[in-house]
Write a protein of this length. Sequence first.
Length: 458
Amino acid sequence: MHRKVTIEPFRIKTVEPIKLSTAEERRVWLQKAHYNPFLLTSDQVIIDLLTDSGTSAMSTEQWAGIMRGDESYAGARSWQRMEAEIKDLTGFPYILPTHQGRAAEHLLYSKLGGPGKVFIANTHFDTTRANIEFSGAKAIDCPVEAALHPEEELPFKGNMDIPSLLKTIDRYGAENIGAIILTVTNNSGGGQPVSMENARQIAEIAGEKGILFILDACRIAENAYFIKQREAGFENKSYREIAREMFRLADGAIMSAKKDALVNMGGFLALKDLDLALQCRTSLIITEGYSTYGGLSGRDMEAIAIGLREVFDPHYLEYRIRSTTYVGDKLHEMGVPIIRPVGGHAVYIDAKSFYPHIPPEQFPGQALACKLYEVAGIRACEIGSVMFGHYEEDGTFVPAAMELVRLAIPRRVYTQSHMDYVTEAFRELLDEREKVRGFRITYEPPFLRHFTAHFEHV
């Protein structure tokens, strides 16, 4: 019998206290943090939805693996287990461990990039774009048109737009394309999944034109869930089989293990090409650590090897996706504008529609993230013009394609009552929408400004 209620497929064995605070305390803390939720301390936050990266609760098996960690400098048993697991999953022969995904991005894109090079993605996320642009290369997004319309419902809104991909290749020349990057699920595009058919089309184009095809696979298990549920021909395949099939289409993959490997630290770069792998390995040894640990302890590698198995458990994935959908559906029913359908790891609020009186240059997403914290102590992440907007040389402001606030849900951490608290907070926000003001930036660094920028009310 199919039951409507989906329970957490785990028991809670240890608990971490949450420090409860008042709105008055939070207003003071937020002001001292220059109205940037990244600059708050964790004990000032009640429910932390800033990111799902590295915030998972590990299992008893993973904690047991922590105790088994082999901390040998070279050739540790823990590295052998992690390497074997990644090779089995991805099919790639050359594995480079890194302390997290952006380190793998730096290793690869500093080699492939440089002035005159262009990278094409369904949507580049912040660290990906920063690593590409830091090398002097150009990052171009080619999302499907529906991805730019939050209310439009399609099963695979994370797909890359194939006609736009082809036009971009023709415009810049295949020899100048550093790589085609497919992010699954599409984080900047609302956590939306990518179809296997889309990945196949990209693989064919990349192969025909001699362009490297890289999979950003940090949420590959969640993407596999959507393929099984929504794409014909995959109904009888396991989630792991689906993920393996997608990996086999690419020339390499980057993964932040802090997402779908269910760990607090770690990542890897996996490649088919030996020469490219050797070039990246040299940089790895200089910047990260020896090639069999790459900035990771043995215990981290044990936890990653175990997490890459646990994440494909069908009961876990059903709980994970349905619990995120629960939050999104509650907000949608309440009248909160969100990206539909609900993605895998997060619910994305359309801040432009939520605060139509705040123009993009006054950062409606930042205003919403700050108000949510002030009202309920909930920390969320702006994914809009703070993260992706910029000024042209003539001073013209170019806003982001969308003004979003992401409620990223950590894996195996919060219960349904925590999520009910989140949705109830939005009732108060809905009642006070017209009173909220936007922000201006008073300090920003040259790259990834959203992490450390300072703001003041307009």
